[in-house]
Design a protein around this ligand. Structure first.
Ligand SMILES: C[C@H](O)CC(=O)SCCNC(=O)CCNC(=O)[C@H](O)C(C)(C)COP(=O)(O)OP(=O)(O)OC[C@H]1O[C@@H](n2cnc3c(N)ncnc32)[C@H](O)[C@@H]1OP(=O)(O)O
Ligand SMILES: NC(=O)c1ccc[n+]([C@@H]2O[C@H](COP(=O)([O-])OP(=O)(O)OC[C@H]3O[C@@H](n4cnc5c(N)ncnc54)[C@H](O)[C@@H]3O)[C@@H](O)[C@H]2O)c1
Length: 309
Protein backbone atom coordinates (compact mmCIF):
# COMPACT_ATOMS: atom_id res chain seq x y z
CA UNK A 1 0.00 0.00 0.00
CA UNK A 2 1.07 3.56 -0.57
CA UNK A 3 1.95 5.56 2.51
CA UNK A 4 -1.24 7.57 1.97
CA UNK A 5 -4.37 6.03 0.56
CA UNK A 6 -5.25 7.47 -2.83
CA UNK A 7 -8.51 9.01 -1.69
CA UNK A 8 -6.87 10.77 1.21
CA UNK A 9 -4.01 11.94 -0.93
CA UNK A 10 -6.03 13.39 -3.77
CA UNK A 11 -7.28 16.29 -1.67
CA UNK A 12 -3.88 17.07 -0.14
CA UNK A 13 -1.52 19.76 -1.26
CA UNK A 14 1.82 18.52 -2.53
CA UNK A 15 3.61 19.83 0.55
CA UNK A 16 1.61 17.36 2.69
CA UNK A 17 2.88 14.39 0.67
CA UNK A 18 5.73 12.59 2.41
CA UNK A 19 7.74 9.51 1.53
CA UNK A 20 5.64 7.43 -0.82
CA UNK A 21 6.19 3.70 -0.48
CA UNK A 22 5.97 2.54 -4.06
CA UNK A 23 3.80 -0.57 -4.56
CA UNK A 24 1.69 0.18 -7.63
CA UNK A 25 3.70 1.10 -10.68
CA UNK A 26 2.57 2.18 -14.12
CA UNK A 27 5.25 1.72 -16.74
CA UNK A 28 4.62 3.51 -20.01
CA UNK A 29 6.37 1.98 -23.01
CA UNK A 30 6.55 -1.79 -23.37
CA UNK A 31 9.73 -1.89 -25.48
CA UNK A 32 13.12 -3.23 -24.43
CA UNK A 33 13.41 -1.04 -21.35
CA UNK A 34 9.79 -0.84 -20.20
CA UNK A 35 9.34 -4.61 -20.40
CA UNK A 36 12.62 -5.18 -18.54
CA UNK A 37 11.70 -2.77 -15.76
CA UNK A 38 8.22 -4.33 -15.54
CA UNK A 39 9.80 -7.79 -15.18
CA UNK A 40 12.07 -6.75 -12.33
CA UNK A 41 9.39 -4.71 -10.55
CA UNK A 42 6.89 -7.57 -10.81
CA UNK A 43 9.40 -10.16 -9.60
CA UNK A 44 10.13 -8.04 -6.54
CA UNK A 45 6.47 -7.94 -5.48
CA UNK A 46 5.24 -4.72 -7.07
CA UNK A 47 1.98 -4.59 -8.92
CA UNK A 48 2.77 -3.34 -12.42
CA UNK A 49 0.64 -2.04 -15.25
CA UNK A 50 2.50 -1.92 -18.53
CA UNK A 51 1.15 0.56 -21.07
CA UNK A 52 1.83 0.85 -24.78
CA UNK A 53 0.07 2.05 -27.89
CA UNK A 54 -1.37 -1.28 -29.03
CA UNK A 55 -2.20 -4.80 -27.86
CA UNK A 56 0.28 -6.54 -30.16
CA UNK A 57 3.23 -4.71 -28.62
CA UNK A 58 1.92 -5.53 -25.14
CA UNK A 59 1.47 -9.21 -25.99
CA UNK A 60 5.04 -9.33 -27.30
CA UNK A 61 6.28 -7.57 -24.16
CA UNK A 62 4.56 -10.05 -21.82
CA UNK A 63 5.85 -12.99 -23.86
CA UNK A 64 9.34 -11.53 -23.59
CA UNK A 65 8.96 -11.10 -19.84
CA UNK A 66 7.89 -14.73 -19.50
CA UNK A 67 10.88 -15.90 -21.55
CA UNK A 68 13.32 -13.80 -19.55
CA UNK A 69 11.81 -14.94 -16.24
CA UNK A 70 12.57 -18.49 -17.34
CA UNK A 71 16.22 -17.49 -17.85
CA UNK A 72 16.34 -16.01 -14.36
CA UNK A 73 14.71 -19.09 -12.83
CA UNK A 74 17.06 -21.48 -14.59
CA UNK A 75 19.89 -19.99 -12.58
CA UNK A 76 18.16 -18.88 -9.36
CA UNK A 77 16.11 -22.04 -8.84
CA UNK A 78 18.38 -24.53 -10.62
CA UNK A 79 17.62 -27.32 -8.11
CA UNK A 80 14.03 -26.31 -7.31
CA UNK A 81 11.93 -26.35 -10.49
CA UNK A 82 8.63 -26.10 -8.59
CA UNK A 83 9.73 -23.02 -6.66
CA UNK A 84 10.97 -21.61 -9.95
CA UNK A 85 7.58 -22.14 -11.60
CA UNK A 86 5.87 -20.50 -8.62
CA UNK A 87 8.23 -17.52 -8.90
CA UNK A 88 7.34 -17.10 -12.58
CA UNK A 89 3.60 -17.37 -11.97
CA UNK A 90 3.70 -14.89 -9.08
CA UNK A 91 5.65 -12.39 -11.16
CA UNK A 92 3.31 -12.75 -14.13
CA UNK A 93 0.27 -12.31 -11.88
CA UNK A 94 1.73 -8.96 -10.84
CA UNK A 95 1.70 -7.70 -14.42
CA UNK A 96 -1.33 -6.28 -16.18
CA UNK A 97 -1.40 -4.33 -19.43
CA UNK A 98 -3.33 -1.42 -20.85
CA UNK A 99 -3.43 0.86 -23.88
CA UNK A 100 -5.05 3.63 -21.85
CA UNK A 101 -2.51 5.28 -19.55
CA UNK A 102 -5.06 7.83 -18.34
CA UNK A 103 -7.29 5.23 -16.75
CA UNK A 104 -4.54 3.27 -14.99
CA UNK A 105 -2.50 6.08 -13.42
CA UNK A 106 -5.32 6.74 -10.98
CA UNK A 107 -4.08 3.78 -8.92
CA UNK A 108 -0.34 4.39 -9.23
CA UNK A 109 2.29 5.36 -6.72
CA UNK A 110 4.83 5.72 -9.50
CA UNK A 111 4.44 6.46 -13.20
CA UNK A 112 7.67 5.53 -14.94
CA UNK A 113 8.04 6.42 -18.59
CA UNK A 114 10.17 4.44 -21.06
CA UNK A 115 8.84 5.62 -24.42
CA UNK A 116 10.65 7.02 -27.44
CA UNK A 117 13.54 9.44 -26.71
CA UNK A 118 11.70 12.59 -27.81
CA UNK A 119 11.17 15.57 -25.52
CA UNK A 120 7.87 16.78 -26.98
CA UNK A 121 6.30 13.28 -26.89
CA UNK A 122 7.43 12.75 -23.29
CA UNK A 123 6.15 16.21 -22.28
CA UNK A 124 2.77 15.59 -23.91
CA UNK A 125 2.46 12.27 -22.12
CA UNK A 126 3.29 13.59 -18.65
CA UNK A 127 1.34 16.83 -19.17
CA UNK A 128 -1.81 14.79 -19.82
CA UNK A 129 -1.25 12.31 -17.00
CA UNK A 130 -0.54 15.07 -14.48
CA UNK A 131 -4.23 15.99 -14.52
CA UNK A 132 -5.32 12.40 -13.89
CA UNK A 133 -2.85 10.96 -11.38
CA UNK A 134 -3.39 11.33 -7.64
CA UNK A 135 -1.45 14.01 -5.78
CA UNK A 136 0.94 11.56 -4.14
CA UNK A 137 1.96 9.86 -7.41
CA UNK A 138 5.61 10.26 -8.34
CA UNK A 139 6.49 10.69 -12.01
CA UNK A 140 9.84 9.51 -13.33
CA UNK A 141 11.50 9.21 -16.71
CA UNK A 142 13.95 6.57 -17.90
CA UNK A 143 15.32 9.00 -20.49
CA UNK A 144 18.87 8.36 -21.67
CA UNK A 145 19.75 11.94 -22.45
CA UNK A 146 16.97 14.50 -22.06
CA UNK A 147 16.96 16.94 -19.13
CA UNK A 148 14.50 15.71 -16.50
CA UNK A 149 13.79 19.40 -15.74
CA UNK A 150 12.53 19.92 -19.31
CA UNK A 151 10.33 16.81 -19.25
CA UNK A 152 8.91 17.75 -15.82
CA UNK A 153 8.12 21.29 -16.98
CA UNK A 154 4.93 20.00 -18.64
CA UNK A 155 3.50 19.13 -15.21
CA UNK A 156 2.54 20.81 -11.97
CA UNK A 157 4.35 18.25 -9.83
CA UNK A 158 7.94 19.41 -10.09
CA UNK A 159 8.66 18.28 -6.51
CA UNK A 160 7.37 14.79 -7.32
CA UNK A 161 9.30 14.32 -10.54
CA UNK A 162 12.69 12.66 -10.94
CA UNK A 163 14.74 10.42 -13.17
CA UNK A 164 15.23 6.65 -12.87
CA UNK A 165 17.70 5.57 -15.51
CA UNK A 166 17.97 1.81 -15.93
CA UNK A 167 20.39 -0.12 -18.13
CA UNK A 168 19.80 -2.70 -20.82
CA UNK A 169 19.13 -5.61 -20.20
CA UNK A 170 17.36 -4.45 -17.05
CA UNK A 171 17.12 -7.89 -15.36
CA UNK A 172 20.90 -8.26 -15.61
CA UNK A 173 22.37 -4.78 -15.25
CA UNK A 174 22.78 -3.85 -11.62
CA UNK A 175 22.82 -0.06 -11.82
CA UNK A 176 20.11 2.58 -11.62
CA UNK A 177 20.95 6.26 -11.90
CA UNK A 178 18.58 8.25 -9.69
CA UNK A 179 18.26 11.84 -10.82
CA UNK A 180 16.99 14.79 -8.82
CA UNK A 181 16.30 18.14 -10.44
CA UNK A 182 16.61 21.35 -8.44
CA UNK A 183 12.86 21.03 -7.74
CA UNK A 184 12.71 17.32 -6.80
CA UNK A 185 11.84 17.01 -3.11
CA UNK A 186 14.02 14.99 -0.76
CA UNK A 187 10.98 12.76 -0.06
CA UNK A 188 10.59 11.98 -3.76
CA UNK A 189 14.29 11.29 -4.16
CA UNK A 190 14.25 8.97 -1.12
CA UNK A 191 11.20 7.12 -2.47
CA UNK A 192 12.95 6.59 -5.82
CA UNK A 193 16.10 5.38 -4.07
CA UNK A 194 14.09 2.97 -1.93
CA UNK A 195 12.25 1.68 -4.98
CA UNK A 196 15.56 1.02 -6.80
CA UNK A 197 16.83 -0.80 -3.73
CA UNK A 198 13.68 -2.97 -3.59
CA UNK A 199 14.35 -3.93 -7.21
CA UNK A 200 17.73 -5.23 -6.07
CA UNK A 201 19.68 -2.53 -7.88
CA UNK A 202 22.61 -0.42 -6.80
CA UNK A 203 21.88 3.27 -7.19
CA UNK A 204 24.03 6.26 -7.86
CA UNK A 205 22.80 9.75 -7.34
CA UNK A 206 23.03 11.99 -10.41
CA UNK A 207 22.56 15.63 -11.16
CA UNK A 208 20.31 16.56 -14.05
CA UNK A 209 23.22 16.98 -16.47
CA UNK A 210 23.14 15.66 -20.09
CA UNK A 211 23.53 11.88 -20.09
CA UNK A 212 23.87 11.82 -16.29
CA UNK A 213 27.02 9.78 -15.55
CA UNK A 214 27.07 6.67 -17.74
CA UNK A 215 25.76 7.99 -21.05
CA UNK A 216 27.84 11.19 -20.93
CA UNK A 217 30.84 8.85 -21.11
CA UNK A 218 29.39 5.96 -23.13
CA UNK A 219 27.84 7.86 -26.05
CA UNK A 220 30.99 9.84 -26.99
CA UNK A 221 32.85 6.50 -26.93
CA UNK A 222 30.32 4.86 -29.25
CA UNK A 223 30.32 7.86 -31.62
CA UNK A 224 34.13 7.97 -31.74
CA UNK A 225 34.15 4.26 -32.56
CA UNK A 226 31.71 4.80 -35.45
CA UNK A 227 33.87 7.67 -36.75
CA UNK A 228 36.95 5.44 -36.45
CA UNK A 229 35.23 2.84 -38.63
CA UNK A 230 34.04 5.51 -41.08
CA UNK A 231 37.66 6.71 -41.42
CA UNK A 232 38.67 3.12 -42.23
CA UNK A 233 40.94 2.82 -39.18
CA UNK A 234 39.64 -0.67 -38.39
CA UNK A 235 36.89 -3.12 -39.28
CA UNK A 236 33.92 -3.21 -36.94
CA UNK A 237 34.70 -6.83 -36.11
CA UNK A 238 38.31 -5.97 -35.16
CA UNK A 239 37.24 -2.92 -33.15
CA UNK A 240 34.71 -5.05 -31.24
CA UNK A 241 37.26 -7.79 -30.56
CA UNK A 242 39.84 -5.21 -29.50
CA UNK A 243 37.56 -3.56 -26.94
CA UNK A 244 36.29 -6.90 -25.59
CA UNK A 245 39.70 -8.50 -25.19
CA UNK A 246 41.71 -5.36 -24.59
CA UNK A 247 39.41 -3.79 -22.04
CA UNK A 248 37.43 -6.77 -20.77
CA UNK A 249 34.10 -5.27 -21.91
CA UNK A 250 31.31 -7.85 -22.31
CA UNK A 251 30.31 -6.41 -25.70
CA UNK A 252 32.21 -4.53 -28.37
CA UNK A 253 30.95 -1.01 -29.13
CA UNK A 254 29.17 -1.97 -32.39
CA UNK A 255 27.47 -4.91 -30.68
CA UNK A 256 26.47 -2.60 -27.84
CA UNK A 257 25.12 0.13 -30.14
CA UNK A 258 23.01 -2.51 -31.91
CA UNK A 259 21.85 -3.78 -28.53
CA UNK A 260 20.85 -0.32 -27.25
CA UNK A 261 19.10 0.49 -30.56
CA UNK A 262 20.57 2.73 -33.26
CA UNK A 263 17.46 4.94 -33.23
CA UNK A 264 18.00 5.61 -29.53
CA UNK A 265 21.71 6.31 -30.11
CA UNK A 266 20.76 8.75 -32.88
CA UNK A 267 17.98 10.44 -30.87
CA UNK A 268 20.47 11.05 -28.07
CA UNK A 269 23.16 12.42 -30.38
CA UNK A 270 20.69 14.58 -32.37
CA UNK A 271 19.68 16.35 -29.16
CA UNK A 272 23.22 16.86 -27.96
CA UNK A 273 24.63 17.98 -31.31
CA UNK A 274 21.78 20.51 -31.73
CA UNK A 275 22.53 21.91 -28.27
CA UNK A 276 26.31 21.88 -28.83
CA UNK A 277 26.84 22.36 -32.60
CA UNK A 278 30.51 23.29 -32.22
CA UNK A 279 31.52 20.34 -30.04
CA UNK A 280 33.12 17.62 -32.25
CA UNK A 281 32.40 15.01 -29.57
CA UNK A 282 28.69 15.30 -30.46
CA UNK A 283 29.17 15.48 -34.26
CA UNK A 284 26.78 13.48 -36.44
CA UNK A 285 27.78 10.31 -38.28
CA UNK A 286 26.67 9.77 -41.87
CA UNK A 287 26.72 6.00 -41.41
CA UNK A 288 24.50 6.09 -38.33
CA UNK A 289 22.06 8.42 -40.06
CA UNK A 290 21.92 6.08 -43.08
CA UNK A 291 21.31 2.93 -41.01
CA UNK A 292 18.51 4.57 -39.04
CA UNK A 293 16.91 5.94 -42.24
CA UNK A 294 16.94 2.37 -43.63
CA UNK A 295 15.19 1.07 -40.50
CA UNK A 296 18.29 -0.88 -39.47
CA UNK A 297 17.92 -0.10 -35.79
CA UNK A 298 20.00 -2.96 -34.38
CA UNK A 299 19.06 -6.17 -32.67
CA UNK A 300 15.41 -5.22 -32.19
CA UNK A 301 14.81 -4.97 -35.97
CA UNK A 302 17.12 -7.85 -36.94
CA UNK A 303 19.84 -5.67 -38.46
CA UNK A 304 22.04 -2.75 -37.50
CA UNK A 305 25.80 -2.79 -37.80
CA UNK A 306 25.39 -6.58 -37.79
CA UNK A 307 22.66 -8.96 -38.97
CA UNK A 308 20.72 -10.97 -36.37
CA UNK A 309 18.41 -13.19 -38.44
C1 LIG B 1 21.73 3.89 -23.68
C2 LIG B 1 21.06 3.65 -22.35
O1 LIG B 1 20.47 4.84 -21.87
C3 LIG B 1 21.94 3.08 -21.26
C4 LIG B 1 22.30 1.64 -21.49
O2 LIG B 1 21.53 0.75 -21.18
S1 LIG B 1 23.79 1.36 -22.14
C5 LIG B 1 23.86 -0.40 -22.26
C6 LIG B 1 24.36 -1.04 -20.99
N1 LIG B 1 24.43 -2.46 -21.20
C7 LIG B 1 25.58 -3.09 -21.45
O3 LIG B 1 26.64 -2.48 -21.46
C8 LIG B 1 25.45 -4.55 -21.74
C9 LIG B 1 26.78 -5.18 -22.01
N2 LIG B 1 26.57 -6.60 -22.28
C10 LIG B 1 26.48 -7.52 -21.30
O4 LIG B 1 26.57 -7.23 -20.12
C11 LIG B 1 26.28 -8.96 -21.76
O5 LIG B 1 26.74 -9.08 -23.08
C12 LIG B 1 24.79 -9.44 -21.66
C13 LIG B 1 24.38 -9.53 -20.19
C14 LIG B 1 23.84 -8.51 -22.38
C15 LIG B 1 24.66 -10.79 -22.33
O6 LIG B 1 25.63 -11.63 -21.77
P1 LIG B 1 26.21 -12.90 -22.56
O7 LIG B 1 27.06 -13.63 -21.60
O8 LIG B 1 26.77 -12.45 -23.83
O9 LIG B 1 24.95 -13.68 -22.99
P2 LIG B 1 24.02 -14.65 -22.19
O10 LIG B 1 24.76 -15.90 -21.82
O11 LIG B 1 22.82 -14.75 -23.05
O12 LIG B 1 23.62 -13.84 -20.89
C16 LIG B 1 24.37 -13.80 -19.67
C17 LIG B 1 23.45 -14.06 -18.53
O13 LIG B 1 22.48 -13.00 -18.47
C18 LIG B 1 21.15 -13.57 -18.57
N3 LIG B 1 20.33 -12.65 -19.35
C19 LIG B 1 20.69 -11.99 -20.48
N4 LIG B 1 19.68 -11.21 -20.88
C20 LIG B 1 18.67 -11.38 -19.99
C21 LIG B 1 17.38 -10.83 -19.84
N5 LIG B 1 16.90 -9.91 -20.71
N6 LIG B 1 16.63 -11.22 -18.78
C22 LIG B 1 17.09 -12.09 -17.89
N7 LIG B 1 18.32 -12.64 -17.97
C23 LIG B 1 19.09 -12.28 -19.01
C24 LIG B 1 21.33 -14.89 -19.26
O14 LIG B 1 20.31 -15.79 -18.96
C25 LIG B 1 22.67 -15.36 -18.71
O15 LIG B 1 22.49 -15.93 -17.44
P3 LIG B 1 23.48 -17.06 -16.91
O16 LIG B 1 24.80 -16.38 -16.67
O17 LIG B 1 22.83 -17.52 -15.67
O18 LIG B 1 23.53 -18.09 -17.99
N1 LIG C 1 17.70 0.91 -25.20
C1 LIG C 1 18.47 1.17 -24.18
O1 LIG C 1 19.56 0.61 -24.04
C2 LIG C 1 18.05 2.20 -23.17
C3 LIG C 1 18.65 2.18 -21.91
C4 LIG C 1 18.25 3.11 -20.93
C5 LIG C 1 17.27 4.05 -21.26
N2 LIG C 1 16.69 4.01 -22.49
C6 LIG C 1 15.61 4.98 -22.74
O2 LIG C 1 14.38 4.30 -22.49
C7 LIG C 1 13.36 4.79 -23.39
C8 LIG C 1 12.80 3.63 -24.19
O3 LIG C 1 13.86 2.97 -24.88
P1 LIG C 1 13.67 1.49 -25.47
O4 LIG C 1 15.01 1.04 -25.89
O5 LIG C 1 12.85 0.68 -24.54
O6 LIG C 1 12.80 1.83 -26.78
P2 LIG C 1 11.86 0.83 -27.61
O7 LIG C 1 11.79 1.41 -28.98
O8 LIG C 1 12.31 -0.58 -27.44
O9 LIG C 1 10.43 0.96 -26.89
C9 LIG C 1 9.70 2.15 -26.81
C10 LIG C 1 8.24 1.77 -26.65
O10 LIG C 1 7.48 2.95 -26.33
C11 LIG C 1 6.24 2.84 -27.02
N3 LIG C 1 5.67 4.20 -27.12
C12 LIG C 1 6.10 5.23 -27.87
N4 LIG C 1 5.33 6.31 -27.63
C13 LIG C 1 4.39 5.95 -26.71
C14 LIG C 1 3.34 6.61 -26.05
N5 LIG C 1 3.06 7.91 -26.29
N6 LIG C 1 2.58 5.93 -25.15
C15 LIG C 1 2.85 4.63 -24.87
N7 LIG C 1 3.85 3.95 -25.47
C16 LIG C 1 4.62 4.59 -26.37
C17 LIG C 1 6.59 2.22 -28.36
O11 LIG C 1 5.44 1.64 -28.97
C18 LIG C 1 7.63 1.19 -27.94
O12 LIG C 1 7.04 -0.07 -27.64
C19 LIG C 1 14.03 5.89 -24.22
O13 LIG C 1 13.83 7.11 -23.59
C20 LIG C 1 15.50 5.49 -24.17
O14 LIG C 1 16.36 6.57 -24.38
C21 LIG C 1 17.05 3.10 -23.45
Amino acid sequence: MAFFSHQVCRGFSSSAVRNVVIKHVTIIGGGQMGAGIAQVAASTGHSVTLVDTNEDILKKAVKGIEGNLKRVVKKKFADKPEAGEEFIQKALQNVSTSTDAGSVVRDSDLVLEAIVENLKIKQDLFGGLDKLAPAHTIFASNTSSLPITDIASSTNRLDRFGGLHFFNPVPVMKLVEVIATSATSQETFDSLLNFSKKLGKTSVSCKDTPGFIVNRLLLPYIMEVIRMYERGDGSKEDIDIAMKLGCGYPMGPFELADYVGLDTVKFIMDGWSAANPDNPVFAQSELLTKLVAEGKLGKKTGEGFYKYK
